[in-house]
Design a protein around this ligand. Structure first.
Ligand code: BDR
Ligand code: CA
Length: 324
């Protein structure tokens, strides 16, 4: 009998919301995780690896973890400890994992995993550095990737780092540009989807607390710093979880209630709009007047699927189910 479980690879700058996304994938009956690869972003890459290993161990799983890029392709690393805490998990002093990372670089692991698993699905929860290097080094992987879900971007120009840009894209815009122009079909799960009612409210947090499991307790506690920072950042109350929302959609695409397909480019030159995900919503890039500036995108990219609306009740149910 063949398994109906899909094979996935998760690339993550593991901090608080990433950790919850890892739990959702590890606990899901829908997928097998071939590899978790880490990248510098929220925290330095070695801390991201420690957090990924801790989370895998907490789930009692044995998924291999590979450490990847320590900095963006061309820029200095800018981290987000102000949002996630110094250790990325809100500084509760979670005990270090006993396991260690595999002795293979994340980029090599991505290439080997994708070549060995045609039809593999990839989800990126951090800057796109590892995937960009893997594509540049071994472009044949593109044909083997059935889906590529990217948590990143601000398609409504509603950035969380600058007015124009979302963190994962802003940290390494050159890498994002490589990935978006690579010919891979991207499913873009922008940051704005995790705001307002999609953030966990008091009632949701109580419901999760009532599960009374170590995973439920960890999911809430490791996000305590992020919840406080989110309120400062947006004035909104709640636990906003962009990476778990992207993971929920990877696991169950029906949770994306509305999406449309457009060319996307990434701004790499301007400091004002660095890392902006420019979405061609009206299809004007093919107009003659735009040919010069958009010719690279039109020549090598395929349009991305932009998610506009999330099934909020469905996402919260998927989260709670994974924490039982
Ligand atoms: C993204 O940036 C990080 O802080 C989160 O982990 C998420 O991947 C949201 O902008
Ligand atoms: Ca992340």
């Amino acid at each position: 009998m063949t398994s109906s479980r899909r094979t996935i690879l998760i690339d993550t700058d593991t901090a608080s919301d990433d950790a919850v996304a890892l739990i959702m994938a590890i606990r899901s009956p829908r997928v097998d995780i071939a590899a978790i690869t880490t990248v510098a972003g929220n925290v330095p890459v070695d801390q991201a690896t420690r957090n990924a290993l801790y989370t895998v161990e907490l789930c009692g799983a044995k998924v291999p973890v590979y450490t990847g890029a320590a900095k963006p392709l061309l820029r200095e690393l800018e981290t987000a400890e102000w949002f996630h805490g110094l250790d990325g998990l809100s500084d509760h002093g979670f005990a270090p994992a006993a396991r260690v990372a595999e002795p293979i670089h994340a980029v090599d692991a991505i290439i080997a995993t994708v070549l060995a698993n045609p039809g593999v699905e990839i989800i990126t929860l951090g800057p796109l550095t590892n995937l960009a290097v893997a594509i540049a080094r071994e472009p044949r992987i593109i044909a083997n990737i059935a889906r590529c879900v990217v948590m990143g971007g601000a398609p409504c120009c509603e950035g969380n780092v600058t007015p124009a840009a979302e963190f994962n894209i802003w940290v390494d815009p050159e890498a994002a540009r490589i990935v978006f122009l690579s010919g891979l079909r991207i499913e873009m799960i922008g940051w704005q989807l995790s705001r307002f009612d999609a953030a966990l409210q008091d009632a949701d947090i109580k419901r999760i607390g009532a599960l009374n499991t170590p995973l439920a307790d960890f999911a809430i506690r490791c996000n305590s710093a992020a919840a406080a920072a989110y309120q400062v950042q947006t004035g909104e109350v709640g636990i906003s979880l962009p990476d778990p929302i992207a993971m929920a959609i990877l696991l169950d695409p029906r949770l994306s209630l509305s999406s449309s397909r457009h060319f996307v480019s990434i701004e790499t030159n301007s400091e004002m709009t660095r890392g902006m995900t420019i979405v061609d919503r009206l299809g004007v890039t093919t107009d003659q007047r735009n040919h010069l500036v958009w010719k690279d995108v039109l020549a090598s990219a395929v349009p991305s699927d932009i998610c506009w609306e999330l099934d909020i009740a469905g996402w919260k149910k998927a989260l709670a189910d994974s924490l039982r």
